[in-house]
Design a protein. Sequence first.
Length: 278
Amino acid sequence: MSAIQTFAALHAAPRGFVMPNAWDAGSAIILAEAGFPAIATTSAGIAFSMGRPDYSVADSRLAVSREAMFERMREIVEAVRVPVNGDLEAGWGDTPDAVAQTIRMAVEAGMAGGNIEDADAKSGGLYDEGLAVERIAAAAEAAKVSGFVLCARTDAFMTDGGSVAAAIHRANRFREAGADCLYAPGVTDPADIAALVAGIDGPINVVMGLGNAENTTAALLDAGVQRISLGGSIARSALAFVRRCAEELLGPGTIGFAAGQIPQAELNALFSRARDAG
């Protein structure tokens, strides 16, 4: 099967799957080697690795351009043999045509699927519901040619006073518009997640790492969640480790942090295998 067919099958399987997020080729190879059936990109992690803020920053001049983001995402796709889901932010444009173009670019870059958000970074709120639905419909039309798995993300829960009902409403509108998977970040309470599973007419993605650290992948899958992602959590944790290394060096001057490093020979062998497989 192609990467797209494999990815689509994961969304239709009786039990869901875990899809961690990579920010460069090296992190992608390590995650794929660990045995995950698919990986995703993280726009936040990619931006942070470039020394830039995530795209939701008020000053868009500081954000990573679509071209630079796609260059990194292509590197991730080329580095692994598992399907890759692209974090396509809000589609790099307000209009349905702009979003459709982003989907076509993702397909051309070899991605098996991707997320499109309804958050408007310029206003700090959500796109008008009618426009948001039109944007997803245009994305779905562009995706159906290849079978690209379209995930529609609504930030209603995070911008509408924590309303699960608002998130369910928008997600179902997006499902009707052609989305294959639905995603409402910020929902972490088990009862709220159960409400999403029951109320949304389609497979849902839940992100771990935003709030409730007590959730487990097994509990979420048992609750009927089809897809679990990590967003920028692993990337932020990696950067936190760099900060702890710096603090140890500047403080006691020790290198206790080095005790847990992956040996160079192991990394050389891992990355050589990955490139040979390509």
